[in-house]
Design a protein around this ligand. Structure first.
Ligand SMILES: *Cc1c(COP(=O)(O)O)cnc(C)c1O
Length: 393
């Protein structure tokens, strides 16, 4: 039986033990800094098992956090899940948990911009070097490996230009050289892609996006396999990473409806992308489910579905045309944190500053997040805005 057929059941049931819910439907919100102990024996017992869903100290979480950690661990099929105050923290802290001065990391060239900035501005200052590799490199990643390479970091599909990576081929090379692998799985979200099932050691998500799903909480998660979970957990605590019980509760609430939301985001985005594909101003579509997206074959092989996020590349453009286009949209608001119920748009005239290894030979890139509005309204909005784009070229 494929896991896919049980995902709705899992999303509804996970993290709902009686110890967390106290007999109601949802886990209770347990806010705490101090955990109090009545006897020395109780304190000793808690200290001994403190890494393992046991109340010990507020920073190590309460039952609300344990419920969310359990649900996300099941979603990503891992050994354990660490919580962080946002996706950027999950990325930076997962890296810091395993790197030391003198180490080298391999980073995909279309990575989320703040991840790139973390490498160039923070890791570089700690004496940890980064090499950016082309997203389509596959097993040729071996050319980039150095004796001190410690981590291979992947993001698939990558930010904005959406190339999909040949993850199993790359993991195979990394394993051979004793290099650990981490993947930013914010797009794949555990429902449509589970990196640990493809050999990746740590899967990271901005839960801010589809898990929370309502654009009202910042949250990051990192799920590790058996081998790396103890170190990820302990180092994250030492680095002071924790989240509020209220935010953990909202993330759990978002999780319950994630599959039905994603189905609608996916259906609507494909319809809008098909419409855009035929538009005379559009060069090609960067949607993982479309053949025009680099790495589409890996998407077909490894993913169970897509979602509301995709980009399209214009044949020609100018900053004036882009600005007029953006200003004329009504349902698509300009904003970066996708994954909520609402449609969003961002645009880049060039990829300058966003990649350093690979070039960009194409026109401007417009990225959309297709929300839960009616599809006809979204298409009508894009149609009028593309007319304005043309008039301002
Ligand atoms: C949004 C995003 C992040 C960062 O998440 P925050 O919660 O906003 O810090 C990381 N990676 C990707 C791919 C994202 O889209």
């Amino acid at each position: 039986m494929s896991k896919k057929n049980h995902q709705n059941t899992q999303l509804v049931s996970s993290g709902r033990k009686k110890a967390y819910t106290h007999g109601v439907v949802n886990p209770v919100v347990q806010r705490a800094s101090t955990i109090v102990f009545d006897t020395v024996a109780d304190l000793k017992q808690a200290a001994k098992t403190r890494g393992d869903k046991t109340l010990f100290y507020g920073r190590r979480g309460t039952t609300t956090h344990f419920a969310l950690q359990e649900a996300i661990t099941e979603l990503e099929n891992g050994a354990g899940c660490a919580l962080y105050p946002c996706g950027a923290a999950a990325i930076s802290q997962a890296l810091l948990a395993f790197l030391k001065t003198g180490d080298h990391i391999l980073m995909v060239d279309n990575v989320y911009e703040p991840t790139r900035d973390f490498c160039d501005k923070i890791l570089a200052g700690l004496g940890i070097t980064t090499t950016y590799y082309p997203p389509t490199i596959g097993s040729q990643i071996k050319q980039y490996i150095k004796p001190n390479t410690k981590v291979l970091f992947l993001e698939s599909p990558g930010s904005i230009t959406m190339e999909i990576q040949d993850v199993p081929a790359m993991v195979k090379v990394a394993n051979k050289h004793n290099i650990m692998t981490m993947l930013d799985n914010t797009y794949g979200n555990g429902l449509h892609y589970r990196p640990l099932e493809h050999g990746v050691d740590i899967s990271i998500q901005a839960a801010t996006k589809y898990i929370v799903g309502h654009s009202d909480v910042m949250m990051g998660v990192a799920v590790a396999n058996e081998k790396y979970w103890p170190q990820l957990r302990e180092q994250s605590y030492l680095l002071g990473q924790c989240t509020s019980a209220d935010d953990a509760y909202l993330a759990l609430r978002g999780l319950r409806t994630m599959a039905v939301r994603l189905n609608q985001h996916e259906k609507a985005a494909i319809e809008v992308a098909k419409w855009l594909e035929k538009h005379e101003l559009v060069d090609h579509i960067r949607h993982p489910a479309f053949e025009s997206c680099p790495g589409h074959a890996f998407f077909k092989r490894d993913f169970d579905g897509s979602n509301g996020l995709f980009s399209f590349v214009m044949k020609t453009g100018s900053q004036k045309a882009i600005d007029a286009f953006l200003d004329s949209l009504t349902h698509f608001k300009m904003g970066f944190s996708w994954g909520g119920f609402e449609s969003l748009v961002t645009a880049n005239l060039t990829m300058k500053g966003l990649r350093s290894n690979t070039g960009w030979e194409h026109g401007p890139v417009i990225r959309l997040h297709i929300g839960l509005e009616d599809i006809d309204d979204l298409i009508a909005d894009l149609a009028q805005a593309l007319n304005i784009y043309q008039k301002n070229l």
